[in-house]
Design a protein around this ligand. Sequence first.
Ligand code: CP
Ligand code: NVA
Length: 307
Amino acid sequence: MKHFLTLADLGPTSMREILDLAVRIKQTRQAGEDTPYLKNKVLGMVFQKPSLRTRVSFDVAMLQLGGNALYLSPNEIQLGSRESVADVARVLSRYVDVVMARVFGHYDVVELAKYASVPVINGLSDYTHPCQGMADFLTILEYKGDFRGRKLVYLGDGNNVATSLLFGAAILGMDCTIATPRGYELHPAVWAIGYKLAAETGARLQATYDPLEAAEDADVLYTDTWTSMGQEEEAQQRQTIFPPYRVDESKLTRAKEDVMVMHCLPAHRGEEITDAVADGPHSALFDQAENRLHAQKAILVWALDAA
Ligand code: CP
Ligand code: NVA
């Protein structure tokens, strides 16, 4: 069963395969041709949290691949409370061909995968956001042409998005620096996996508390919200701690001249990123958002062996 739970599980061969497929499917679509790889297939989308990009891009991806998607709201399924995660997995597997789930605890998506008899795709968990990561590396490939010798710098919270970036960079041989405030670092277990993956590719991974030093010579500057879904009660405290990590002009001047700026969105303009940078000439934000669609088509086609 080809589940898509973390980029680390995926490894280099599948990651390259999905990226190649995404490029091909995007080009075909842009040439005005159809890509009906998933004719009559159905995706079940389980959401415990809100979404714009993930929900719409998976829905449209299935339509454009010739299939259908079902949106299952948090109230409907009540994963783990109305019904056990294992039973939800068993039942959904009898109706749909592939499941995508956005959950709080990563263990829930692992549990779904354990009991499902169809592929399960992680549409964001507290641990990692691999669909986002796949769209991010597709966007970097389009802007920079390659990963090796390039430097990806993430500024902000050591969260699920930072984890996907670290894993993806390590797998693809891209250097990656993660700058967070003290107390908000990526978990040591995440670094351990990152270093193990990087040993295969020679990617240089680095952690720092200094956002300006981190931004030095960056090819990519990436940030995300300071307060992720589920951490709302910490928002005020985080707003006092994170401002030095804001992606603003002071970071841009340290980076390479042709630096691209990325953000998974939704953005909190004026907090982790300024309007001037989000809307400025270095911004890749909306190409990146578009690429969720193309990358996820590739993930779906890969998971269902339908290419
Ligand atoms: N980046 C992202 O996953 O956006 P949504 O939360 O809107 O799906
Ligand atoms: N880190 C953010 C990403 C949102 C797409 C969150 O988990 O809320």
